[in-house]
Design a protein around this ligand. Structure first.
Ligand code: PGA
Length: 253
């Protein structure tokens, strides 16, 4: 079975102390993690090392950076490279979140560069895609997301795509309290899997974990994660509350 993943995206929230209390509360809750379940904490850069230490010895729980830069190294003041993340033992990196695309002008081609560097330094990527409200209203979300996937991922090899992680996050559902219905999530996530299957073959497509993100909470996680092509979630707001995120982890199928 492909991996079922509950990924937290703290964004630019929490102090170090608050974050460390949150992680402690979650890992000491009664989590029902089986061997195909993964939990990932996407935390601000300065907390990566300490959260990683808090998670030491836990097989299914990892730390993620929320971004990395599209260049290997050099005079890019304030940026953090894949190599730097690798050197401090970071496991995952979120690439192409819609907030990065919107506020920092990250385009599909730049995200392809970031993915290359993530692979070069052995980081596992969580690649985000998803459409804005106007695109959903025009009914062109499938082709929009298909273009995002093709332009950022299709240069990767079948080996690199095997076990890859994608997060489908409709922008209109992020932080709005408005969730895509489980049927809407299933429909587009099946489309994403089919697009990957057409390029790389069915075995590769079936190995890719496709997460849903956008107002996932304890109350709706089981229903959404229950869809055949939804392999867990990328969770913002609800990942900041221990009881919520623990219940979301326990909703993985
Ligand atoms: P949300 O954010 O759960 O607060 O909607 C999801 C995300 O942006 O990854």
């Amino acid at each position: 079975m492909r991996k079922q993943i509950a990924a937290a995206n703290w964004k630019m929230n929490l102090t170090l102390e608050q974050g460390s209390t949150l992680v402690n509360d979650i890992i000491s809750a009664s989590l029902m993690l089986d061997k195909d379940h993964l939990v990932v904490f996407g935390v601000p850069f300065p907390y990566l090392t300490s959260v990683k230490q808090q998670l030491a010895g836990r097989e299914n729980i990892f730390v993620a950076a929320q971004n990395c830069y599209s260049k290997k190294s050099g005079a890019y003041t304030g940026e953090v490279s894949a190599e730097i993340l690798h050197s401090i033992g970071v496991d995952y990196v979120i690439i192409g979140h819609s907030e990065r695309r919107e506020y920092f002008n990250e385009c599909n081609a730049m995200l392809a560069e970031k993915l290359n560097l993530a692979f070069e330094y052995g980081l596992k990527a969580i690649f985000c895609c998803g459409e804005a409200l106007a695109i959903r209203e025009a009914g062109t979300q499938n082709s929009f997301v298909e273009t995002q996937i093709k332009e950022s991922l299709f240069h990767l090899t079948a080996e690199q795509m095997t076990g890859f992680v994608i997060a489908y996050e409709p922008i209109w559902a992020i932080g709005t309290g408005k969730t895509a219905s489980s049927a809407q999530a299933q429909e587009i996530q099946l489309h994403i899997r089919n697009v990957i299957g057409a390029q790389y073959g069915d075995a590769v497509a079936q190995s890719v974990s496709i997460l849903y993100g956008g107002s996932v909470k304890a109350a709706n996680a089981k229903e959404i994660f229950g869809q055949p092509d939804v392999d867990g979630g990328l969770v913002g707001g609800a990942s900041l509350v221990a009881a919520e995120f623990s219940a979301i982890i326990n909703s993985l199928k």
